[in-house]
Design a protein. Structure first.
Length: 161
């Protein structure tokens, strides 16, 4: 199953240094039955994109909770057989019940430099408890308007430099 796992830059660095992500449980997002029902009009590729987008939204919350100075949403695309749907964690959410080995990561999706100002502003809104009004929602939406770029696993070092 392809699972999209939100991480911070520090989380990606820890994955590279330790060779894995964990300990479990690890929350990710995938094309689950409820996601299919919610996004019934989409084809498989569009549903995968929806799952990745949910992970990007979670990555923004992770950044807001972290003490990471690199303002970049990151999502790992992971192929694993250890994921179980858990809608109590949100639409499309799954729980991975084993550590994720570095070799299971097939790609990284991450913000490019053009998104940094919008991501930084959105993190500030979330850290302050928002979005609480239309103006703050606009700031978060501006961040989410940036598409995450695809990076091969061989390019992870470039993301961390």
């Amino acid at each position: 199953m392809r699972v999209y796992v939100p991480v911070t830059p520090a989380g990606l660095r820890a994955l590279v240094e330790s060779g894995g992500l964990g300990p479990p449980p690890i929350i990710g997002y995938a094309v689950t039955g409820p996601l299919r029902e919610w996004y019934a009009a989409g084809d498989e590729e569009e549903m995968e994109y929806a799952a990745m987008t949910l992970a990007a939204q979670a990555a923004l919350r992770f950044l807001a909770a972290a003490d990471d100075h690199q303002m970049q949403r990151m999502v790992l695309a992971v192929d694993t057989g250890n994921a179980t749907p858990d809608e109590s964690q949100g639409r499309g959410a799954v729980v991975i019940d084993a550590a994720v080995a570095h070799r299971e990561v097939v790609a990284v999706h991450a913000d490019t430099a053009e998104a940094e100002a919008d991501v930084t502003a959105a993190v500030a809104v979330v850290r302050a408890g928002g979005p609480r009004d239309d103006d703050e929602q606009f700031v978060v939406d501006s961040c989410e308007a940036h598409e995450l770029a695809w990076f091969a696993t061989q390019e992870v070092g470039d993301l961390l430099s």
